[in-house]
Write a protein that binds this ligand. Structure first.
Ligand code: PGA
Length: 248
């Protein structure tokens, strides 16, 4: 039985004061549900959110991490640093990091391995760009990203990874994949996982959809059999919109 995860991705939005205000508002609206909820925030807001959400069941995630344990890596944050402040999740390989910050399948793989040494749950993002979809290459691209990301990762560890299918053409564009398109791609990811491991493992892995998820389309998307929740950007910045998505 897979418990869906609905995670907000704040990207580079909200100061600490704004994050604290969000948390106060959101805690009033949030009630225990059948899904897990989390907010992935900028590094400087993580501690504020961990404290604010303590005891509520609402998780907190980072949006990136570096794979080395420590060292002369100016500007980077390690897994142990995240662990110390009590972070539950960490996004890895978001398309914006692949596009603007040279994130590659190899660095994604190393980041997953580093996170899986701890209890922090990685949220691995995969997805094709518009030209790849128009060329009919979306399944090849996405299953290739999944294979490369999971290279050398045991079944036991892979089970703990959440995968977010995020078609790049649907991120921040208001253009959502249809529930059928999203469902098909999540099924393709599960198929890839079955080939890499087996059906017992692939059945356990949470596969989310992300890309312009909002209160109006959340139910249609998340009611698809292969979709176990969502990674929500823009709509997670507003407590009332995000709670509507969680209560779909
Ligand atoms: P969006 O972003 O919901 O604003 O499209 C999703 C994401 O980038 O994770």
């Amino acid at each position: 039985m897979r418990i869906p995860l609905i995670a907000g991705n704040w990207k580079m939005y909200k100061t600490s004061a704004e994050a604290a205000a969000f948390a106060e508002e959101f805690k009033k609206l949030y009630h225990d549900t059948d899904v897990r909820a989390a907010i992935c925030a900028p590094y400087t807001q993580l501690e504020t959110l961990v404290k604010a959400f303590a005891g509520t069941g609402i998780g907190v995630g980072a949006q990136n991490v570096y794979f080395e344990k420590e060292g002369a890596f100016t500007g980077e944050i390690s897994v142990d640093m995240l662990k110390e402040i009590g972070v539950d999740y960490c996004i890895v390989g978001h398309s914006e990091r692949r596009q603007y910050f040279n994130e590659t399948d190899q660095s994604v793989n190393r980041k997953l391995k580093a996170l899986l040494e701890t209890e922090i749950c990685p949220i691995l993002c995969v997805g094709e760009v518009l030209e790849e979809r128009e060329a009919g290459r979306e399944t090849e691209i996405v299953s290739g990203q999944v294979r490369a990301a999971l290279d050398g990762i045991s079944a036991e560890k892979a089970e703990r990874i959440v995968i977010a299918y995020e078609p790049v053409w649907a991120i921040g564009t208001g253009k959502t994949a249809t529930p059928e398109q999203a469902g098909e791609m999540c099924a393709c990811i599960r198929q890839t996982l079955e080939t890499l491991y087996d059906d017992v493992v692939s059945d356990k892995i949470i596969i989310q959809y992300g890309g312009s998820v909002k209160p109006e389309n959340a139910a249609d998307i998340m009611n698809m059999e292969e979709i176990d929740g969502a990674l929500v950007g823009g709509a997670s910045l507003d407590p009332s919109k995000f709670i509507e998505i969680i209560n779909f």
